[in-house]
Write a protein that binds this ligand. Sequence first.
Ligand SMILES: Nc1ncnc2c1ncn2[C@@H]1O[C@H](COP(=O)(O)OP(=O)(O)OP(=O)(O)O)[C@@H](O)[C@H]1O
Ligand SMILES: [Mg+2]
Length: 498
Amino acid sequence: MTSPLVHMKQISVEFPGVKALDLVDFTLKKGTVHALIGANGAGKSTLMKVLSGAHSHADGTIYINGQLASIHTPKDAASYGVQTVHQEVDTALVPYLSVGENLMMHEIERQPIVRWKEIHHKAAQTLKEMNISISTKRLVSELTLAEKQMVLIAKAVSVKCNILILDEPTAPLSHAETNKLFSMIHQLKQNGTGIVFISHRIPEIFSICDELTVMRNGTDVATHLVKETDPMQVIEEMLGAPLDEQFPNRTTKSEAPVVLEVKNLYDQHKLNNIHLHVNKGEILGIAGLVGAGKTELCKALFGAAEKKSGTVQLHGKTVHIRSPYQAVRAGIALVPEERRKEGILTEETVGWNLTTASLRTFTRIFSFLHRSKEKQAAEEMVKRLGVKTSSLETKVKHLSGGNQQKIAIGKWLLAEADVYLFDEPTKGVDVGAKKDIFSLIAELADRGKSVIYASSELSEIAGIADRVYVLYDGNIAREMTSPMTEEELLYHSTGGQS
Ligand SMILES: Nc1ncnc2c1ncn2[C@@H]1O[C@H](COP(=O)(O)OP(=O)(O)OP(=O)(O)O)[C@@H](O)[C@H]1O
Ligand SMILES: [Mg+2]
């Protein structure tokens, strides 16, 4: 029998106060795609960071092609052909350099005199091979999240790559981009590359993976051939209990007053003549595929993007919101899509992010809470969202990706606003935590708040929204009232041609 491509044996990693991995075994075979699945904080990223040399203090042994491997730095890992696309897209590229410079960094570092023309030519070639149409001259800071992700993937496979680790690669991608990535994965598989695929999207795992390993609380609880298991079993193994109904029961009030009304809204490039309103106590869905203009719409309403024309009325009065500060003062909160960049301060603690940021800055409009009350509220939120953290004093950068997302959401749930905008709130969040987020959002609405919930996860919109506007290419293509199906939403989200 030939040895597996990777065999990690009895891997343990400990951080102050947290045992992130406890004697984990993991095997990856040549030419296969192996999923890692588990709740937020289960240890998926940590295990892969051990393989990619990011944690030098791990215990245990790693064999590559049957040989004992010594991996303590990213450079060691690269010498074995291990390449990683990390979950934190925003920190993995240099924002003020061009796409070409980022892609060819390894060459630029090697050359005594940099031949720029050649660099850009090679970079363009790499992108072309992967069917990615992004100019190599563009600055990374100007790219969308999806574009950054594609550049990172291109960067990983442009060098020696026998083992590719993809940590939630599809979270920011559109359907078409995801398909592009999947066909690339198929190609790499053919060439014998072993691929580790981390995702919270279970259908994706079942469509492209050969094997899967379930992690829970820093241990590996099961490994299956994908064709020998099913989503229900896997969810139960990852949560330690079956998942019951995800969506809260909603009774909508038909006679509620309009809280926010938007007319003739245009922005600089995407949004086209938007008319919408949201009522008191209503969960309004904004459904649309990646790139439909949901983020642009949320930002325009929050004063975070310039609008060209249009009027906004709040409680029947025209308001001029030109900055997020003004929006918050007016009682509008936004949980942004790029949460690590725009929603939280990762160098600060969990407690600080949950309370100070929202409450103290805006005490004039938000009710003032005493420090002890503040702490109690933060603790409550940590519990309700199931944030995995050793204490409120932990820095947010030490939390797992999904737990950082929860902090960004919890922060605004703790603040008092009249209108809450959520832009893709469940991205990167595990199925158990999604349910908690849905029930917190429903509670906001039950308390008379207005919620605007923007998402490309159409099944979630169908499950949670009372009413929906479907965005298609910057236009509202359709208004629908609950009950509606995912299929109907998809039909209108694709311009009625699905
Ligand atoms: N540098 C660090 N310092 C302290 N604790 C850490 C550090 N990195 C990870 N942890 C902790 O280790 C545990 C596992 O985290 P990990 O990032 O591996 O989870 P994950 O399974 O990738 O979750 P997610 O689905 O949210 O990305 C978490 O409790 C996390 O807080
Ligand atoms: Mg992770």
